[in-house]
Ligand binder design. Structure first.
Ligand SMILES: Cc1cc2nc3c(=O)[nH]c(=O)nc-3n(C[C@H](O)[C@H](O)[C@H](O)COP(=O)(O)OP(=O)(O)OC[C@H]3O[C@@H](n4cnc5c(N)ncnc54)[C@H](O)[C@@H]3O)c2cc1C
Length: 493
């Protein structure tokens, strides 16, 4: 590693911070050679130069809440100081290290909102959200991070610091640099790209090629969104913001598997902000039934959270009308209007993964792998059936929760990921589940991304367009300096 000059960037080579950056929320621990903490774009440029000169791979890192092993690496792990937030009407400029909750609090003062809110909003960073194309409970109405990214500042391995913005397609096509090469690749392969895009409401698998050209523009920020630190290091984000709704109200249903499709289809027709699912057994297995006692009044297995938002009394009235709807007769939902109670209900939903993390049966824990599959929204029941049958065929217990309205489920089998047998079982579960998901026209990840864990499957999801993704990686990062092995699998043999 380079020495002899005193770098401005803070470099850590041992101790607790290095250990902390060896882990994210995935299965693998990878110890980096060094952790760099940058506070300016120039320091990010310097970190990349050091990586290049030392022959090390650089992994950008936000808060390390990424699930499929994506913000750890054996070379340089680069984090950025939180930096600032500059709101203006309709948009906000924000540093990538800012935590989403901090951004929410800053925007709240002006009544505006960047409405994508992952359950991890209290700790995840804005840079991590952009890089995974994170979503959350309210995707049904507000969609995903990709829908709010207006422009980015990035540091590219071959080009240094660069503003990435939407440009007229004609202008992009006549460019001689990376922008022109990417534009031509996308235009020449437009048919294949459109054909292969999964028919789902959210997707974080591969690069989002189908979103990069629209309305006569090349929208490069959409290509970088969800790229998991493999194309460039983001140093500044500009998000579009919207007015925050003044009111919201909720219905909580309890239902059996057989009622899922009917209930969710009926609820989707009401323009909800969210339809979420939690399997009560997560709380039962951890002895935390009391946490959901205020919502759970029957022995039925699933809680379904339905939220409407908007302005004025009409929100409450619509929710009351729906609760009395004869089409939902017999489901007797709990009506929640009080803000404090709403927060309590949302806490149950967003704590589901944290509580699931406490489940331990011998060496078995709830592992990621198929924890984020997504299929067309009217196939929710088929997805639950597919995954349940895969787990049961291998004798595995499992937990379930997720975004029912998008048919994006976070189901996890319980197994020992540290044993060879456990790893083999996980591979089998991923193979069988992904094959079923692809048959339904779905995607292997709706919001968490590919990471190292799912990288080998990206090629199989995009049989016709994976080579284009490799070419794009090659255009921006020809020497493989950035997050190698994440998203784009390293070829073996
Ligand atoms: C309890 C829990 C709940 C979760 N709930 C949700 C949810 O509801 N919705 C959802 O979408 N996800 C969820 N996640 C996953 C995770 O929180 C999100 O993917 C989040 O956006 C990651 O942010 P981070 O700051 O932790 O990123 P990290 O984990 O640090 O990094 C994630 C990826 O982004 C890249 N990256 C980070 N910063 C930069 C940068 N500046 N430039 C380039 N690349 C960068 C990294 O290299 C990595 O590939 C959850 C995770 C946990 C543990």
């Amino acid at each position: 590693m380079q020495s002899g000059r005193k770098p401005a960037v803070r470099i850590i080579r041992e101790g607790a911070e290095l250990d902390e950056c060896s882990r994210d929320s995935g299965l693998l621990t990878l110890k980096p050679r060094a952790v760099y903490v940058a506070s300016t774009a120039a320091e990010v440029v310097q970190a990349l130069a050091d990586a290049s000169q030392s022959g090390l791979v650089l992994t950008a890192r936000g808060s390390g809440t990424g699930i499929p092993t994506m913000s750890v690496g054996t070379g340089i792990v680069l984090t950025q100081d939180p930096g600032g937030i500059e709101p203006s009407p309709g948009r906000v400029r924000v540093s990538p290290g800012v935590v989403k909750q901090t951004l929410d609090e800053a925007l709240d003062r002006s009544g505006s909102w960047m409405p994508v809110s992952p359950s991890s909003y209290r700790s995840c960073s804005v840079g991590g959200m952009v890089s995974t194309n994170a979503s959350g409970a309210r995707t049904l109405l507000y969609r995903s991070t990709i829908d709010y990214v207006e422009s980015l500042s990035v540091v590219l391995p071959e080009e240094g610091e660069k503003e990435v913005t939407r440009v007229p397609l004609e202008e992009a096509l006549s460019d001689y640099g990376s922008t022109g090469r990417v534009a031509r690749l996308l235009v020449e392969n437009g048919g294949r790209i459109a054909r292969e895009a999964p028919k789902v409401t959210k997707n974080s698998c591969g690069y989002r090629l189908e979103r990069a050209i629209h309305d006569g523009f090349l929208d490069l920020p959409k290509l970088f969104c969800g790229s998991e630190g493999t194309l460039g290091v983001i140093t500044r984000v500009v998000f579009r913001t919207v007015a925050k709704p003044a009111r919201r109200a909720m219905l909580v249903f309890e239902c059996a598997f057989d009622d899922l499709d009917r209930l969710v289809a009926a609820l989707r027709a009401r323009s909800p902000s969210a339809i979420e699912l939690v399997d009560k057994s997560i709380f039962a297995q951890t002895g935390r039934e009391k946490d959901i006692a205020f919502l759970s009044r029957t022995e039925l297995p699933y809680l379904i959270f339905f939220e409407l938002d908007g302005s004025g009394e009409r929100v409450s009235q619509k929710v009351l009308d729906l609760a009395a709807d004869p089409g939902l007769a017999g489901l007797d939902p709990l009506v929640i209007m009080d803000e404090g109670r709403l927060e309590d209900a949302w806490r149950v939903r967003s704590d589901a993964l944290v509580v699931a993390g406490e489940i331990k049966k011998g060496d078995k824990v709830a592992v990621p792998g198929v924890e984020d599959v997504v299929v067309p929204p009217d196939m929710l029941g088929s997805l639950v059936k597919l995954l349940s049958e895969v787990f049961e065929s291998k004798g595995l217990e499992f937990i379930s929760y997720g975004h029912a309205g998008d048919a994006n489920l976070h189901m996890r089998p319980l197994l020992d990921p540290t044993s060879r047998a456990g790893r083999r079982l996980l591979d089998d579960v991923m193979e069988d589940s992904f094959k079923g998901v692809w048959k339904m026209g779905g995607s292997i990840t709706g919001e968490h991304g590919d990471g190292r864990l799912r990288a080998p499957y990206v090629k199989r999801q995009y049989r016709e367009t994976y080579e284009l993704m490799r070419e794009i990686k090659q255009i921006y990062d020809p020497r493989g300096l950035l997050n190698r092995g994440v998203k784009i699998a390293e070829e073996t043999g």
